[in-house]
Design a protein around this ligand. Structure first.
Ligand code: SF4
Ligand code: SF4
Ligand code: FES
Length: 527
């Protein structure tokens, strides 16, 4: 491996590594705009100029590979003068927009001005070149041409990643600007990614514009629940509300990107239909009741069914929206406390959902189908449950995070599950199955709980609780632990970490894993 010196520090980096990444590996920042690790190098912004000994001129760090014996200076007077000059040039025609710009607080022009420039402008305000503002360029994106620094990240993303090429740089010299082709706006399923990679406030998201200052938002690493890819994401939230989702780099899952469907899916997690209190059916109406009586009621119906028909008169359906921990906890409640093996998984994707594509999107809209399969739970088990209900053997059904009625259709549900004596539903929202239920127990959505999802390739990834669930809703594992305790088993673990530990010791697919050790990129299921 080539060994070089950057700012007096020795560093070894694999051949082919550029100086930006070699410096970053020892904590040295080389400022840059146009370079992005997932796009071709174009070297057009010149912000990354550094001094390399023996080279006659300053070199761009994004396009200079490490070499043995190389000596690099990122803070020499020559480098600093170049950085100041580049920033002065980029800011000549930049509007004074920071007070009204959504990028403020995370803008690389603001940041680099403070870190590498700090000169007063020599350019009279009145002579600034004006270009288009607040232009709807399609999809969910607004363009401000004046703020653009022409780094060409957006055009390269559409040329190289989505291969849709909707944007280009038009005109010449200080009149050049980003725009869409005449009559052809941005229209692809990954367009939101250009907002993330635009280093300034030139591209903004319609949904996020003017909704929050970024310094008020908290960021919690998580996993998108929109499909079985399970893209690594960051949830940006404030006071229990999500404001935006952004992709989090994970080479083995989503690279640097996420799809727009996943990005814009969060309003469904905080909708008006969220359940905030336990409900019980009373004379054709659903009435709210306190948790204690809800748990006592469900447990006594379960105990009654065990007494009259045995444990196998009780069944459970686990939706593939459930976390690994919830599915394992329910499976354990069924096998160890209720003594029933009548449990099945349900992976339902609404009709008309997008299908598999070449980049990220998967037709299966459930984040944890593979995790449930690793626990021995799959959709095939549903047929067994139907037969048992029809034969009059299965009397009580627990359904967690699954809309059984919508998945089967009302008729099929009525035919196969109409003979049930009692239906208990654990869910986040008042869906069609809740309307058929005797009891509904409100549980947290995935941004509101700790746990894990396993994506379709077997990558187990960590979910961190971003904020509390609404109203009286509880995590699924807490509800299962309370049910278990009411049925006489008080040793059920209540934390995701403890449940994961039990799962790793009992389920071969999770052997050797622990929630704490999953890290930001997750870990693969055991082979
Ligand atoms: S709009 Fe943003 S990403 Fe595109 S060229 Fe301009 S600054 Fe770069
Ligand atoms: S590809 Fe799937 S997991 Fe990734 S962002 Fe889209 S919906 Fe979410
Ligand atoms: S990042 Fe190197 S020239 Fe733009």
């Amino acid at each position: 491996m080539p060994k070089l010196t950057i700012d007096g520090k020795e560093v070894e980096a694999p051949a082919g590594t550029n100086l930006i990444n070699a410096a970053a590996s020892i904590g040295i920042e080389i400022p840059h705009y146009c370079y992005h690790p997932a796009l071709t190098v174009v070297g057009n912004c010149r912000m990354c100029l550094v001094e390399v000994e023996k080279a006659p001129k300053l070199q761009i760090a994004c396009n200079t590979a490490v070499a043995d014996g190389m000596v690099v200076h990122t803070k020499s007077e020559r480098t600093r003068a170049a950085q100041r000059a580049v920033l002065e040039f980029l800011l000549i025609n930049h509007p004074i927009d920071c007070p009204v710009c959504d990028q403020a607080g995370e803008c690389k022009l603001q940041d680099y001005y403070m870190d590498y420039d700090l000169q007063e402008s020599r350019f009279p305000l009145g002579r600034k070149n004006h270009k288009g503002k607040a232009i709807d360029i399609g999809s969910s994106i607004m363009l401000d041409q004046e703020r653009c620094i022409l780094c060409a990240r957006c055009t390269r993303f559409f040329d190289e990643v989505t291969h849709t090429s909707e944007l280009a740089i038009f005109e010449r010299a200080d009149g050049d600007k980003i725009d869409h082709w005449p009559g052809r706006k941005v229209d692809n399923k990954y367009a939101g990614n250009v907002v993330d990679i635009c280093p300034v406030g030139a591209l903004t998201e319609k949904e996020f514009r003017f909704r929050a200052r970024v310094w008020y938002l908290h960021r919690t690493p998580s996993v998108c629940g929109g499909c079985e890819r399970g893209c690594s994401i960051d949830i940006y939230h404030h006071r229990g509300r999500i404001y935006r989702l952004k992709p989090r780099e994970n080479a083995g899952v989503n690279g640097y990107w996420m799809c727009d469907e996943g990005r814009h899916g969060f309003p469904a997690l905080q909708s008006e239909t969220r359940l905030a209190a336990p409900l019980v059916q009373s004379r054709d109406r659903m009435m709210s009741e306190p948790w204690d009586s809800a748990i006592r009621r469900a447990a006594s119906r379960i105990a009654e069914a065990i007494t009259t028909g045995g444990g196998r008169s009780i069944g459970a359906v686990v939706g593939a929206q459930s976390t690994n921990e919830e599915a394992f906890a329910l499976k354990r409640l069924m096998s160890e406390t209720i003594k029933s093996d009548m449990i099945a998984a349900l992976s339902f994707s609404p009709p008309g959902s997008s299908g598999d594509d070449d980049l990220l999107i998967r037709a299966n809209k459930n984040p944890n189908t593979r995790g449930l399969a690793a626990l021995g739970l799959d959709d095939a088990g549903l047929q067994r449950l139907k037969e048992a209900v029809t034969a009059g053997q299965l009397k009580l059904l627990i359904v967690m995070r699954a809309d059984l009625v919508r998945a089967l259709g009302e008729e099929d549900f009525a035919r196969n599950f109409g003979a049930l004596d009692y239906l208990v539903v654990l869910n986040t929202d008042a869906n069609e199955t809740c309307q058929m239920a005797n009891q509904v127990l409100p549980i947290a959505a995935y941004p509101e709980l700790d746990g894990s999802f396993t994506n379709f390739k077997g990558r187990v990834q960590l979910l961190k609780q971003a904020f509390d669930p609404p109203g009286q809703a509880l995590s699924g594992i807490e509800v299962i632990a309370r049910l278990s305790a009411a049925l006489g088993r008080t040793d059920s673990p209540r934390s995701a970490e403890a449940i994961f530990g039990a799962m790793a010791s009992l389920e071969p697919a999770f052997k050797g894993l622990s929630l704490a050790r999953l890290g930001p990129h997750g870990a693969d299921l055991a082979k």
